[in-house]
Design a protein around this ligand. Structure first.
Ligand code: FAD
Length: 483
């Protein structure tokens, strides 16, 4: 397995109890949790790769209380790990002996301004909560991921989350205008700017976005909103492989421009897993296709005829023998059913035994070449391997997941993770891609990072970490080696 869990940090009993008493006196004893039953759900991450350990979970209720707890940790020299919804996929939110600081009580939407098209939210608001607040105001907050009911804005910012609408709206970095952050020494940076233009020196917010809690704790953010779309068209298309999917992408983008909001792909094996294991899912295309595209167009203009646009593109693609079959949703319910086929894929994979996952990106023009060549190399490496390459073709992000051969011992398969990392990540690097597209580095990929990241960039990252967190207390052991 990549990057194993570190030995837990030991904090002497006296220092720890002094720290917990100090924090409890400020935020309330009820919000300093030490009993194992209540800690347990915070110490297991979704993939079951890491099991954390912590002496206590503290749950501050405001920015000032977060700052107080962090300042107390700094004074006592005790490391801390921020945790949001605990849906992260690289182990970043797991403590290994450090104090766990939950943001779950910071749930206020401080302001929503439909003229500025901004919403100011605290870090513990769930992504679904922000989407809902935007909807109620007739706006759209476009970040959309399958974990949106549980993941929190602080976690989304700290992992620079992506999802299914990055093609049109960008990832979390592009959706944030300002931040409020508690630095590792307990000072608060008040950077809740709503400005689209602000050239007053270094862009500090971009340091904290994607830092996975290693540079401090995000307590609030100003996020961009958009006018709510008034119509959408959703299509599922069957085709003979990734190159045909890329051709369809080019055709759709040429006609639809920025109305093209999502362009997702999945292989036959992925579709079959969903239909077999996920109750309520329905086969939408009669035939059997090597590859599928789920495309979505949205528009704020009533006069656009999105369905006609999709039909025209598909007609041309049929004539050129580039697509095999297609269906366009005739209702919101049908669009939802098509999206379920794509969104249930991560869960469906769990039923097929061990899975080795790669969240990678390459330039959009190289996605099809990547999928074909990586599949060939991986299948040559292990007979019976079942490749499931799916994800966000429109922004170059492929989840290149490998399911174990039927009948193979699960652990024996997982033990080959490193071998597949080399095959997949070497190819990604050769194509000018990234070994982490949207999930981050956390613990899982920190050794991989040393192999593929520019050494000067790693030095600069280490210098930033040392400048902001000289004691190395903020989420220790994550992202950077030896920090
Ligand atoms: P956590 O898991 O609690 O933490 C993640 C990291 O952020 C940790 O390093 C933690 O220390 C740090 N952190 C958390 N809160 C703060 C804070 N306030 N300040 C500083 N650091 C903080 N991700 C995508 O990008 N795209 C997807 O499409 C996607 N789909 C997913 C589907 C499923 C079913 C699941 C389970 C996960 C998916 N993810 C996806 C991954 C995950 O949901 C995201 O990484 C999400 O942004 C994590 O948010 P969280 O609140 O759960 O953070």
């Amino acid at each position: 397995m990549p990057s194993p869990a570190p030995e837990p940090i030991h904090i002497e009993a006296e220092r720890l109890s002094g720290l917990l008493d100090t924090i409890a006196a400020r935020i309330g004893r009820a919000h300093v949790v030490t009993d194992p039953a209540n800690l347990a759900p915070h110490l297991i991450e979704g993939r079951g790769l890491y099991r954390g350990a912590t002496p206590a979970l503290v749950r501050p209720g405001s920015t000032e209380e977060v700052a107080f707890a962090v300042a107390a940790c700094a004074a006592a020299g005790v490391p801390f790990v921020p945790q949001g919804g605990n849906t992260g996929l690289v182990g970043g939110q797991m403590p290994f002996g450090a104090l766990l600081i939950s943001l779950s009580r910071l749930t206020r939407i401080r302001d929503l301004d439909p003229t500025d098209l901004t919403v100011t939210v605290e870090a513990g608001v769930t992504l679904a909560g922000v989407q809902e607040a935007a909807r109620e105001a007739g706006c759209l907050f476009p970040l959309s991921i399958a974990a949106e009911g549980s993941c929190q804005i602080g976690g989304n910012l700290s992992t620079n989350a992506g999802g299914t609408a990055v093609l049109r709206y960008g990832n979390m970095r592009e959706l944030a205008l300002g931040l409020e952050v508690v630095l590792p020494d307990g000072r608060v940076w008040h950077g809740l700017s709503r400005l689209r233009k602000d050239n007053t020196g270094y862009d500090l917010k971009d340091l904290f976005i994607g830092a996975e809690g290693t540079l401090g704790i995000i307590t609030a953010a100003v996020l961009r909103l958009f006018p709510a779309p008034r119509q959408r068209a959703t299509a599922l298309v069957g085709l003979d492989g990734p190159h045909a999917a890329l051709r369809l992408f080019r055709r759709l983008r040429a006609v639809a421009g920025d109305a093209l909001t999502g362009f997702e792909i999945m292989p036959r094996f992925g579709m079959e897993m969903v239909l077999k294991h996920m109750p309520g899912t329905v086969r939408a295309l009669k035939g059997d296709h090597a590859f599928y595209v789920l495309a979505e167009l949205t528009s704020t203009r009533d006069e656009d005829d999105l369905a006609a646009m999709v039909l025209a593109v598909l007609a041309d693609a049929f004539e050129a023998a580039e697509v095999e079959d297609a269906v366009i949703a005739a209702s919101e319910a049908q669009a939802g059913a098509l999206w379920r086929l794509r969104e249930d894929l991560s869960d469906a994979q769990k039923f097929e035994g061990g899975s080795i996952k790669h969240d990678v990106s390459v330039p959009v023009s190289k996605v099809a070449d990547f999928i074909v060549e990586a599949t060939r190399r991986c299948e040559a490496h292990m007979g019976g391997l079942r490749v499931c390459a799916f994800g966000h073709m429109g922004d170059g992000n492929v989840h290149f997941n490998l399911s174990q051969p039927v009948g193979m011992d699960k652990q024996a398969f997982i033990d080959t993770w490193e071998e597949f990392n080399r095959i997949v990540h070497d190819l990604v690097a050769a194509l000018g891609g990234s070994i982490s597209a949207e999930h981050g580095i956390g613990l899982l990929k920190k050794e991989e990072l040393t192999l593929y990241k520019d050494p000067v960039a790693l030095d600069v990252m280490a210098a930033v970490k040392a400048a902001l967190d000289p004691q190395g207390l903020a989420n220790p052991g994550k992202v950077l080696m030896g920090r």
